[in-house]
Write a protein that binds this ligand. Structure first.
Ligand SMILES: C[S@@+](CC[C@H](N)C(=O)[O-])C[C@H]1O[C@@H](n2cnc3c(N)ncnc32)[C@H](O)[C@@H]1O
Length: 205
């Protein structure tokens, strides 16, 4: 099954708050984002944001230039339905991160929780990194959350690549300067423990 079909099927079968990765609030992401000192109209993109509540919390925090990108149209529609009229203030990009055309050097923050870790082949990672380098402003921020080595080998029934700090730093390469990493334990709505590694990088200007 191709990735788009996989994700559309997942989002049509399971309610958003029963997905394995669901959190009522992405507290660590929010906390780090609020600590970056971004102006409220700084362009922010949540890549593989799906139906995550991060966009709701960023709107509540006053951010006004938020983009949510996902390969699943159903996931984006679910987030839009939850937000109601507020969804009109968000840019929704529906497509595959490998191929979608993103504006050059637009985003001051690129957030990714649990999307990058699905990219197993070097070629897929390369395409993602090209998009990341193109889309982020010089000195832009990257906050990325991926499964840590002690997490299960699969997420949503798909194999994932698990990262420690050394791996993620070397995978991202010299264009990204590591600022900090920490682990964060997520427990799925079904009670399964998934350890995430969260890292903050800055694109070298
Ligand atoms: C595990 S979910 C995480 C969702 C969200 N980031 C969160 O933390 O709640 C992974 C998300 O990545 C999206 N996704 C997977 N592959 C993608 C791709 N190639 N391009 C864009 N989105 C993708 C899926 O549709 C799904 O919404």
């Amino acid at each position: 099954m191709n990735p788009k079909d996989h994700w559309e099927k997942v989002y049509s079968k399971v309610p958003a708050d029963k997905m394995g990765w669901y959190e009522p609030h992405l507290r660590l992401s929010l906390n780090w984002i609020q600590g970056l000192g971004l102006v409220k109209d700084a362009p922010i993109i949540d890549v593989g944001g799906g139906s995550s509540t991060l966009v709701d919390d960023l709107l509540d925090a006053g951010f006004s230039a938020i983009t949510v990108l996902d390969i699943s149209e159903k996931a984006l529609m679910s987030a839009q339905a939850r937000l109601g009229a507020r969804s009109k203030g968000v840019t929704w990009l529906y497509g595959d991160i490998a191929t979608i055309e993103l504006p050059r050097e637009r985003y001051e923050l690129w957030h990714d929780r649990a999307m990058f870790h699905f990219l197993l082949a070097e070629e897929q990672q390369e395409k993602y990194l090209q998009q990341l380098e193109r889309g982020l402003t010089p000195n832009g921020h990257l906050i990325i959350g991926a499964f840590a080595p002690e997490a299960p080998p699969q997420c949503s029934g798909l194999s994932v690549r698990r990262y420690d700090t050394v791996d993620i730093e070397s995978t991202l390469g010299p264009t990204f300067e590591l600022k900090r990493c920490r682990k964060d334990l997520h427990v799925t709505p079904g009670g399964v423990e998934q350890m995430y590694l969260y890292c903050h990088f800055m694109k070298v200007g």
